[in-house]
Design a protein around this ligand. Structure first.
Ligand code: XUL
Ligand code: CO
Length: 435
């Protein structure tokens, strides 16, 4: 028996670009084949349990606005109702994946033993629902930032008891992710950072975080979890400074602690913007290091300057993100998670479904534009041409020579470089032909 929450909303279908039905896909046809692969298999969309079902509509100035039948989530009955509603929405949208934090799916009990018990109970319940559903788990994660116990960090907390609580919590979430067949496990350290350097021992905190992550990887192998461990960069918010600042910082951290072949990155559009980067920059940096794992596809408001977690709606931005993802070979275990929430005034079930329709449509449109650019090859040709000087043997051999040898050659051949155009506007115009 459906709950009635989505009453009046039919299964969302692909109707094509000429459709004016706001509750239909215009670009996302899961079965459309692009570069030899179905769109659904390229994009691997996931619904975020926290924003879509747990979040109650509060902001820093006001309380809940949504008043869903399963809010507030303080008992297991409502946790189960929330799961029922979630799976109803997955079905309506044909969602291939979902993601959760422990705190989104079970009520907070205030102590570890009871948190563990309710997590096991609710993940058994979700597991039963998955038996008759085609929606799978993209990733699970532990919320180690909301409860007051985490206020000074989780693995970086000066109090060893909090480190212990964090280790036990991640173990329980990794177990639950494994039980549900999750394809990845994410760690985002919202409180792994500091409010002030004055009370912070940076070296100790980073060493603890590095050891903690190594223990996560050791445990993953012990239980035979085949998914990917992902860390999610974000420069700040809620902490003033977060150690996983951006992709480049995470790459350095993973190398320092010997994790470069074990851990990849979950990159979020809004976090890239907060770090002062474009999303495609973060993706390209991770891809260059072989550490591109998964993405959280949500934008920020460009004026308000904080993490507003809105659904994507900008085709050119999304297209460039997928261009660098496709160029890196596409997702393996990763996917496109909508770490996005409807606005506080968007009260209706219809708003929640329409937000996902729009996000999926924009991503499909962006991916198709990206694939067209790859197939056309214009950007790749321009790159090859720009670096073609390095194909000459005397150029390539320079990298294995020395400053003295190169200096001698500059004198002997009278090398005097002629500046050449970077062709930025021409390339930007090229991209605009596709988006
Ligand atoms: C916070 C954020 C998180 C992570 C998972 O900004 O993005 O939701 O994705 O903890
Ligand atoms: Co995120």
């Amino acid at each position: 028996m459906p709950s009635g929450f989505f009453e009046g909303i039919e299964e969302i279908r692909f109707e094509g670009v000429d459709s004016d039905n706001p509750m239909a896909f215009r670009h996302y046809n899961p079965d459309e084949v692009v570069m030899g692969k179905r769109l659904e298999d390229h994009l691997r969309f996931a619904v975020a349990w926290w924003h879509s079902f747990a979040w109650e509509g509060g902001d820093p100035f006001g309380g809940p606005t949504f008043e869903r039948p399963w809010h507030p989530q303080d008992d297991m009955g409502r946790a189960r109702l929330k799961a029922d509603i979630a799976f109803e929405m997955f079905e309506l949208l044909g969602q291939p994946f979902f993601c959760w934090h422990d705190a989104d799916i079970r009520p907070e009990q205030g102590n570890f033993a009871d948190n563990l018990k309710t997590l096991e109970e609710i993940t058994d319940y979700i597991g039963e629902k998955m038996q008759t559903s085609s929606t799978k788990l993209l990733w699970g994660t532990a919320n180690m930032f909301s409860h007051r116990r985490w206020m000074s960090g989780a693995s970086t907390n000066p109090d060893p008891d909090v480190f212990a609580f964090a280790a036990a919590t991640v173990k329980s979430c990794l177990d639950a992710t494994h039980k549900l067949g999750g394809e990845n496990y994410v760690l985002w350290g919202g409180r792994e950072g500091y409010e002030t350097l004055l009370n912070t021992d940076l070296n100790t905190e980073l060493d603890h975080m590095g050891r903690f992550l190594n223990m996560v990887v050791e445990y993953k192998h012990k239980i035979g979890f085949k998914g990917t461990i992902l860390v999610e960069p974000k420069p700040q918010e809620p902490s003033k400074h977060q150690y996983d600042y951006d992709a480049a910082t995470c790459v350095g951290f993973l190398r320092k602690y010997g994790l470069e072949s074990e851990v990849k990155l979950n990159l979020e559009q809004g976090h890239a913007i907060l770090a002062g980067h474009s999303f495609e920059h973060e993706i390209a940096v991770a891809a260059a290091e072989g550490m591109l794992g998964s993405i959280d596809m949500n934008r920020n408001d460009y004026q308000s300057g904080w993490d507003t977690d809105q659904f994507p709606n900008n085709t050119p931005e999304v297209a460039l993100a997928y261009y660098y993802i496709l160029k890196a070979g596409g997702f393996t275990t990763g996917g496109t998670n909508f770490d996005a929430k409807v606005r506080r005034q968007s009260l209706d079930a219809k708003d929640l479904v329409a937000a996902h329709i729009g996000g999926m449509d924009i991503c499909a449109r962006g991916l198709k534009a990206a694939a067209a650019m790859i197939e056309d090859g214009g950007l790749e040709d321009a790159l090859s041409e720009r670096y073609s000087g390095w194909n000459a043997p005397e150029a390539a051999s320079m990298l294995n020579s020395s400053l003295e040898d190169i200096s001698a050659r500059v004198l002997q051949d009278n090398i005097n470089p002629e500046p050449r155009s970077g062709r930025q506007e021409i390339l930007e115009n090229y991209v605009n032909r596709f988006v």
